[in-house]
Design a protein around this ligand. Structure first.
Ligand SMILES: [Zn+2]
Length: 274
């Protein structure tokens, strides 16, 4: 099954890193390959060495480590994970491509499929992917969300995956939020009313909050930095639930699966009618 880390999985990783890295110095930075999805920037490890981590932020699905001279941008891709180890216990594992130490803790960026990405930007200059991204779900204004959705006549589900409409959402949480809102994934994006958008945004935030609380969803590769599984996958109401009865009160529907823009959409054809 093709699942990518979404906002809750990346937020879980950021929350795991912050107490160990913020305010601390990066040491013994090792880069074991020339590339992940893209080549590493020149002198990557050398430039990180000795930098103090000011803050760890997240933008959409990107982890942004703010350093005095640079922003270190990481993307987990499909299978990327960051593992925390005690320095005294750490033995390099297969697919540990970048390793760094902070005091007595060693972090390893492990990525079997190498769809992950790392880059360094001079402070204040980020990649276009990040600068053109829409606001985060917890911050976006209803007016902006309405305007962005009304720019498009694509199906609602497809529009919600577009990071210039709202940041950080992927397949799982879009399916869940649409079901919670009784909205059809096939509804034309610019036909959605302001009232429906308010409800949708409320449900997007609620679903993301529950997922962050559960440590994200581990369908395949996601782990917390301690190596634990997230457990939100046990709370899915529609995602991956094909053939199961719809859990909406008084709905007699059965969850169906259809492919939209190459991704599986799970929905109830009865209570999510257009
Ligand atoms: Zn239903």
């Amino acid at each position: 099954m093709k699942t990518l880390p979404e906002l809750p999985e990346v937020e879980t990783v950021c929350r795991g890193l912050r107490p160990y890295m913020e305010g601390k110095v990066l040491q013994n930075v090792m880069q074991y390959r020339a590339n992940l999805r893209n080549p590493f920037p020149p002198l990557f490890a050398e430039r990180l060495e000795g930098q103090i981590v000011r803050k760890i932020n997240r933008r959409g699905k990107y982890i942004l480590v703010e350093l005095p001279d640079y922003t270190w941008m990481m993307h987990l891709g499909m299978s990327g994970r960051i593992q925390r180890n005690f320095a005294t216990d750490y033995i390099r594992q297969k697919h540990d491509h970048v390793v760094w130490q902070v005091e007595n803790v060693v972090f390893a960026f492990n990525d079997a499929r190498r769809f992950g990405d790392m880059d360094l930007f001079p402070r204040g200059q980020l990649s276009r992917t990040v600068t053109t991204m829409a606001s985060e779900p917890f911050e976006i204004k209803i007016d902006d969300f309405y305007k962005n959705l009304h720019l498009s006549s694509r199906p609602l589900k497809t529009a919600l995956l577009d990071q210039t409409i709202i940041a950080g959402l992927g397949n799982i949480y879009v399916c869940e939020a649409l079901w919670q809102s009784s909205l059809s994934p096939f509804k034309v994006s610019n036909s959605i009313t302001r009232k429906q958008i308010q409800l949708l945004l409320k449900n997007i935030c609620a679903v993301l909050e529950s997922a962050i609380e559960a440590g994200g969803s581990s369908l395949r590769d996601h782990r917390t930095i301690e190596g634990n599984l997230g457990y939100f996958q046990h709370q899915f109401k529609v995602y991956n639930q094909k053939g199961k009865p719809c859990l909406t009160l008084r709905c007699s529907g059965t969850i169906e699966r259809e492919v939209q823009s190459g991704r599986s959409t799970y929905y109830c054809p009865i209570c999510q009618k257009n």
